[in-house]
Design a protein around this ligand. Structure first.
Ligand SMILES: Nc1nc2c([nH]c(=O)n2[C@H]2C[C@H](O)[C@@H](COP(=O)(O)OP(=O)(O)OP(=O)(O)O)O2)c(=O)[nH]1
Length: 192
């Protein structure tokens, strides 16, 4: 598994060896480099700005704004570009909030989603071809209309604790296994 958090993921596989589903292990130990994606969630302290996805992967779900990192871009540049493309805004204080690694029994490539948080932005959130923006109070985040993993990491996100998670999905959307760690993930060299 090639990716920004590869040493940490290897240590997760070792520590959870008895319970990690086979497809999660084979995907993470396989030859495919991670597909890199971004996700930006505006959090003003009491509300989050989400978008209802109007087309493509995750259609109908509420989510932050983001997409694939393109060739020649840094992860941060991709996050800024997707936020502008999908919500028509520019974040002023974007910080790294966490990393999510997704595996699927029906796709050999791991996905590595870099989650960013921002509280201030320029511009007016505007509906685009891809997303319709909506504010939600922290207590009313619509988890029943979101990806199944989100309910597990939003608490850390809302408390502004850095998080790293590994998730295993069957048939693309059924979450069957996950592990989540909060705080900066430190991996000693001997663990790498
Ligand atoms: N909250 C959450 N977000 C996820 C999950 N899985 C997942 O890919 N995402 C995010 C990462 C990206 O922001 C977005 C998927 O990207 P995308 O397919 O829309 O990428 P894109 O905009 O480059 O695609 P396209 O318009 O070119 O088709 O969904 C998940 O399980 N939970």
């Amino acid at each position: 598994m090639l990716g920004l958090r590869a040493p940490w993921v290897s240590s997760v596989l070792r520590r959870h060896a008895a319970v990690v589903p086979d497809f999660v292990r084979t995907t993470l130990e396989g030859p495919q480099p991670n597909k890199l994606l971004t996700l930006v969630i505006i959090n003003d302290g009491s509300r989050v700005l989400l978008g209802r996805k109007k087309r493509g992967f995750g259609e109908g779900y509420y989510n932050g704004f983001g997409g694939k990192v393109e060739a020649g871009e840094t992860v941060r540049q991709a996050a800024e570009r997707e936020l502008l493309e999908e919500a028509c805004i520019t974040a002023e204080d974007m910080t790294e909030a966490g990393v999510l690694v997704f595996t699927f029994d029906d796709n050999p490539q791991p996905w590595e989603v870099h989650v960013f948080s921002a509280s201030r932005f320029r511009g007016e959130p505007t509906e685009t071809d891809e997303m319709a923006p909506v504010w939600f109070n922290h207590m009313e985040v619509p988890f029943n209309q979101m990806w199944a993993d989100d309910v597990h990491w939003y608490p850390a996100f809302l408390q502004q604790k850095y998080f790293c998670g590994v998730f295993g999905f069957r048939e693309t959307t059924k979450l069957v296994w996950h592990t989540l760690e909060e705080g900066e993930v430190q991996v000693a060299p001997e663990m790498a």
